[in-house]
Design a protein around this ligand. Sequence first.
Ligand SMILES: [Fe+2]
Length: 227
Amino acid sequence: MKRSKINHIMAEADDFIQSFGFRLPPFAYFTPDEMKARRSDIDAILNARLGWDITDYGAEKFDEMGLFLFTVRNGDQADLKRGGGMCYAEKIMISRKDQLSPMHRHIVKAEDIINRGGATLALQLFNSHPDQSIDRDSDVTVFCDGIARTQKAGDILRLSVGESVTLFPGNWHSFWGDGGDVLIGEVSTVNDDLTDNIFEQPIGRFSNIEEDVAPTHLLVSDYDSWL
Ligand SMILES: [Fe+2]
């Protein structure tokens, strides 16, 4: 993706998020130069990989397959291992109308996916076989706001504004905006996007960036090379 497109998606996403009364934290608006100048203050932001995350999964067709994410908070893997402390994470995301987040599962992370506003959020769901591959036969039971829902393998779960679903590591899932754009919340186990996303298709988790203009704000995937 071109950096100019990333900048444009950030600006549009910020407007969309604010239209629902949600506000991003102050570090969202640091420029790359401010991040460099404050480098000694922002270790916790960089280590937890908080911030902007815009992905086309490396496939260069963001409008059809892509996701806007902003990691608001993220805990400590060491706390998770010892079983206490900051074991949680929160993201705010946007799926545009029919923009697919492709079929995947997680190894460690359980996640509540929440429709925070806009159109309907559609999710396709499958169970896993014991070898973790997709089970295309067995019924899927998930909890939606505390109530169990059972549907056929591969059926579509539709969440209206205010509804959520709890997904566990065995739940294969893809999702998109159904009938319009959706603001999505994610509340989850501490998150490591470098290792914890297993996709059905051979795709990447992050975008390849072509630097045609200067970045408005850095992406999480820029931190290692820019700071
Ligand atoms: Fe997921």
